[in-house]
Design a protein around this ligand. Structure first.
Ligand SMILES: [Zn+2]
Ligand SMILES: [Zn+2]
Length: 194
């Protein structure tokens, strides 16, 4: 088994992440973000320096990430630097972790540059704050758009196999099949379809 690792959305808990990496002898390859909100970027600079790795994110979320220090001040969160994006990602890009390939799927709506990361052969999907168990991401923050998030979920994420495990940016994992059936934001549509 490869000991390669990619850090996704490091917004905090740097000590437990460091411990996990050390205990498992992992080699961190890069940091990849689903979007640029502060609770996902706050520790990017810390990990960039610590492991000497690049930070990848969609270009449209760079303005959000640049506001992180200002937002941190507002919420009195200490030690937040604006992360430097080393490389941008977009639809169709992919990155590898060991033998596993993750495809970048653009899923805007929660933020303009929101992305999800899909590993077909492992059947896992990182969605950031686009989709949650029986809920969806906020669209009332700057750059949020309900029509866009709906399109991202229905036309892109819900096209993936039912048993795909969904890891959201907050709260517990779910599956594509469960959300297609039980997500209250799309219930009506399901009824009219069937
Ligand atoms: Zn967010
Ligand atoms: Zn979040």
């Amino acid at each position: 088994m490869s000991k390669e690792a990619v850090i996704v959305d490091p917004g905090g808990q740097e000590q437990s992440i460091d411990r996990f990496i050390a205990q498992n002898g992992l080699k961190v390859l890069k940091i990849v973000n689903t979007h640029g909100h502060i609770d996902h970027v706050a520790k990017v600079t810390y990990f960039q320096k610590k492991y000497q790795v690049s930070f990848l994110m969609h270009a449209l979320d760079i303005p959000l990430a640049e506001q992180a220090p200002k937002v941190a001040q507002m919420f009195r969160i200490p030690d937040v630097e604006a992360p430097q994006v080393d490389q941008t990602i977009r639809e169709g890009d992919s990155f590898c972790v060991g033998a596993h390939v993750f495809k970048v799927i653009e899923t805007p709506g929660h933020t303009p540059g929101g992305c999800s990361f899909y590993c077909q052969e492992q059947g896992i999907l990182f969605v950031g704050d686009t989709l949650f168990r029986k809920s969806i991401g906020r669209v009332d923050l700057p750059g949020g758009n309900f029509t866009q998030i709906k399109h991202s979920i229905v036309e892109k994420l819900f096209k993936l196999p039912d048993d795909t495990i969904v890891y959201p940016g907050h709260m517990e994992p779910t599956t594509v099949g469960y959300e297609r059936k039980h997500n209250p934001f799309f219930g009506e549509q399901r009824e009219s379809e069937s």
